[in-house]
Write a protein that binds this ligand. Structure first.
Ligand code: P6P
Length: 345
């Protein structure tokens, strides 16, 4: 029959919605609220993807007059993505508040009655928008600690270990959504022809060792000695250890970490004399992507301790981050600790 091939094809497809429902059905006590939250994020991602993929045509490129909490100019697509995600999360009484890179304070939702808190970087890597290079959305989900008392900012200051779910959407050569609820990492690829995210990888594992290092080497002269030595170590000619490594840097953390997840290696955004506490944000860039990488068998550290053990003192604080394959991160930590022990002078 002419459409028999399609029928087989349809049988093999698992959509994001189907997958989330099947996963929820494995937990009889599940209320379905987290499932609905993930579906709402998926819906916003489809809308953002549509705008990203035609940004060159509509006047969605370019800068607004405003700045975000870090003093960075806000691009129109940043604000569009922020509005779409907040709107999607407002559809049901599941999320009580959102903390976004684009908003200085907490954004209270739906009468503050929801049981989840959502952190997000609605459009990560904005500097890439105008040159059609990959950008992403990153999200991190926590339980509201105490549903009875009035909601405060303090309720959102939880360590990354308390995340109930986290993930990202990568708007690249294809639009990919990855998430974890603590039971491994799932990847879905958007098929724009049917408007569905289709399951592409059910339990992603990061290679134990990779030959790619990723950092903004333009800042080399701002780095501490241990990191400089590590990068020189990556460049040594030694075929036995697959060196010299390749250097890859996209300037969008979601994209660089997604490549690291699939191909292995290490992504680094260190503290430096230019960024004494690092540049990347703990709660809505580093923690969610650390949850993903740890669930895939990798490591994520600030050079001394696990990213997900850092107790946040403010919503938008930054941290150094070294994240990726276990062996690569362990080697980096050796170089960092050696240089810490080496007496100055
Ligand atoms: P730089 C994007 O602005 C971002 O927050 C991350 O996505 C990315 O890894 C980093 O900053 C890029 O920073 O200093 O290299 O432009």
């Amino acid at each position: 029959f002419p459409n028999q091939k399609n029928q087989c094809f349809m049988k093999e497809l698992t959509t994001l919605e189907e997958y989330i429902i099947r996963a929820q059905n494995k937990f009889p006590g599940a209320t379905g609220e987290l499932s609905q939250l993930l579906r709402d994020i998926g819906l916003a991602a489809k809308i953002i993807s549509r705008e990203v993929n035609k940004a060159g045509i509509t006047n969605i490129l370019g800068y607004e007059k405003s700045e975000n909490v870090h003093g960075e100019s806000q691009k129109k697509l940043d604000l569009f993505a922020n509005e779409q995600l907040i709107s999607a999360l407002s559809r049901s009484n599941i999320t009580c508040m959102v903390i976004s890179e684009e908003n200085e304070g907490i954004v209270r939702l739906s009468g503050e009655s929801g049981k989840y808190i959502v952190y997000m970087d609605p459009l990560d890597g904005s500097s890439n928008i105008d040159v059609s290079v990959s950008i992403g959305s990153i999200f991190s989900i926590y339980m509201r600690p105490d549903g009875d008392k009035a909601l405060t900012e303090e309720d959102a200051l939880q360590t990354g270990e308390k995340q109930v779910a986290a993930g990202y959407v990568l708007y690249g050569s294809s639009t990919v959504m990855g998430y974890t609820t603590g039971l491994g990492v799932r990847l879905f690829t958007l098929d724009p022809s049917i408007g569905e995210f289709i399951l592409s990888s059910e339990d992603v594992k990061i290679p134990e060792y990779g030959n790619i290092y990723s950092a903004d080497e333009g800042s080399y002269n701002f780095w501490e000695l241990g990191l400089k030595k590590y990068v020189k170590h990556c460049q040594v000619i030694d075929p036995k250890t697959d060196r010299p490594f390749k250097a890859r840097y996209i300037g969008c953390m979601a994209a660089d970490v997604h490549r690291t997840l699939l191909q292995g290696g290490i992504f680094m955004y260190p503290d430096s004399s230019k960024y004494p506490n690092g540049k990347l944000r703990l709660m809505y860039e580093c923690n969610p992507l650390s949850f993903i990488i740890e669930q895939a068998g990798g490591l994520a550290t600030d050079g001394k301790k696990r990213i997900m053990e850092i107790k946040p003192s403010s919503l938008h604080e930054c941290t150094p981050i070294y994240i990726g394959s276990r062996k690569n991160v362990e080697k980096l930590k050796e170089f960092i600790s050696e240089s810490d022990e080496t007496p100055a002078g």
